[in-house]
Ligand binder design. Structure first.
Ligand SMILES: Nc1nc2c(ncn2[C@@H]2O[C@H](COP(=O)(O)OP(=O)(O)OP(=O)(O)O)[C@@H](O)[C@H]2O)c(=O)[nH]1
Ligand SMILES: [Mg+2]
Length: 453
């Protein structure tokens, strides 16, 4: 990839739309635009000022392509830190293709996927983790995912890692000074003091690592199985949550016999809901297979909602459901049909079930709130904190944490060994920010991008 040529691409999805945007980046952006654009007002096109919007006509050799708005952004005040321009056309695929072709004829080259963002990274406007935030934001499938991506793009994780880096650099300077000048009257901090700095770095790393417990749900979605004995309202709950009559609901126990999956967004998270067959003893053959699948789904789901029926007394089947729920990674107990006469005697004081009436639509918001809470509790995060959502970051952070641990363990053996651990941790930080990278890593990250970003 060359950085000295000017790239162009359609930045909006191809299809009918109010507007379609083409962007340009590189040394000759202004010249290329000027060849094709005639402003409506009297000023000459070679006097386009930076960061001003101009209305006019885009033309090729055969005539006018479209009425457009053009903005030129002079380096370094642009996304890529290069001379850049954006042309807003009408959102017609035919117009956009012709406009792009015209800019290419005038000297631009077609951009590769992610090339604008790659230039922003290579030109030092953003670090590698922020570039990853850009692609995550574009691909976010839920509000929560978009929020986490935005924080990453803004440099939320980079700033957290910078605090760790400062502690490591300080510790390393102390370690190296005592290694380099062992006999001199050069007072460095004691081992205990240095370990304290490293402990603080460890605390930071651990809270980032814990945040992945929630972050993975934001990025990859969450599997949520609904279990309960027959006729408690599992299918009714699934339908209510997705606002669609997906699963069959009847008054007959044993209606659902197989797993029913539905993708949706709950409490800002991408969620796959799984409705299951009612759990009970001595089922007939088909039901037995369904029950086996239900138990398997509960076991592999990220979270389990167990439903109980307020209008019936506690029985052996409920007992089996409760036992299954207790084994779940994230358990949520719910008593449904609270609109009916209450007969259920809840047996376990250590679990507080949420009240619900799917029929009357009461308690659904409470359930959503509780899903949100258990997810953020899982990662021990607050709304303001950035969360780790990418496995590349998780792997790097794990290695940083273990390098710091090694530096602490080896302090007693010798400061050289300890320093080596800190050096390794700092190297990992460089991989995170992209201060050190390989072509393989770059293409892995930027290949995920679409053209025009
Ligand atoms: N009164 C009342 N009835 C409900 C409520 N939720 C569901 N029902 C009714 O309970 C019956 C069973 O509902 P389903 O959603 O099919 O129950 P299920 O747990 O999926 O049942 P199986 O698939 O047989 O295991 C239906 O007649 C529903 O209309 C509720 O909150 N209150
Ligand atoms: Mg059902």
């Amino acid at each position: 990839m060359k950085l000295d040529d000017t790239i162009a691409a359609i930045a909006t999805p191809i299809g009918e739309g109010g507007l379609g945007v083409i962007r340009l980046s590189g040394q000759n952006s202004l010249e290329i635009i000027q060849k094709a654009f005639t402003p409506k007002s009297k000023l000459k096109s070679d006097s386009l000022k930076s960061h001003r919007l101009y209305f006019g006509k885009l033309k090729d050799k055969t005539g006018t392509i479209d009425e457009v708005c053009v903005v030129y952004m002079k380096a370094p005040r642009s996304y890529t830190k290069e001379n850049s321009a954006e042309v807003s056309c009408h959102g017609s695929p035919a117009v956009l293709r012709r406009a792009l072709k015209c800019l290419i004829t005038n000297g631009a080259r077609m951009a590769e996927p992610g090339e604008f963002t790659k230039r922003a990274f290579l030109n030092g406007r953003i670090d590698l983790s922020q570039a990853e935030g850009v692609i995550d934001l574009i691909k976010a499938r839920s509000e929560g995912a978009a929020d986490a991506a935005f924080k990453l793009m803004e440099g939320g994780l980079s700033s957290r890692i910078n605090v760790v880096k400062e502690k490591l650099v300080h510790t390393l300077a102390q370690l190296e000074a005592s290694i380099d000048f062992p006999d001199e009257e050069f007072q460095t901090e004691t081992d205990e003091q240095l370990i304290k700095h490293l402990d603080k770095a460890t605390d930071r790393m651990n809270s980032l690592l814990r945040s992945y417990e929630s972050g993975k749900f934001l990025k990859h979605g969450m599997g949520l199985a609904i279990i309960g004995k027959p006729n408690v309202g599992k299918s009714s709950l699934l339908n209510a949550l997705i606002e669609e009559e997906r699963s069959i609901v009847t008054g007959h126990p044993g209606t659902t016999r197989d797993l029913i999956r539905a993708e949706t967004e709950l409490a800002g998270l991408p969620v796959e809901l799984i409705d299951t067959a009612g759990l009970h003893c001595s089922p007939e053959e088909v039901e037995a297979i369904g029950i086996e699948r239900a138990l398997k789904a509960a076991k592999s789901a990220d979270a389990v909602i167990a439903l109980f029926d307020a209008s019936r007394e506690w029985d052996e089947a409920d007992e089996q459901v409760l036992e299954t729920l207790k084994k779940a990674k994230i358990p949520i107990a719910v008593i449904n049909k609270t609109d009916m006469t209450h007969k259920l005697n809840w047996p376990d004081a250590s679990i507080i079930p949420l009240p619900l009436s799917v029929k009357e639509r009461v308690g659904i918001d409470g359930l959503l709130e509780s899903i949100k809470t258990v997810v953020s509790d899982a990662g021990n995060i607050s709304q303001e904190e950035p969360v780790v959502t990418r496995t590349r970051h998780l792997e790097i952070f794990k290695r940083i944490a273990s390098d710091i641990q090694r530096a602490k363990d080896e302090m007693a053996i010798g400061r050289e060994l300890s320093a080596a651990g800190v050096w390794d941790a700092l190297e990992e930080i460089k991989r995170f920010t992209g201060e050190s990278y390989t072509d393989e890593i770059l293409s892995k990250i930027f290949d995920e991008f679409c053209i025009g970003k």
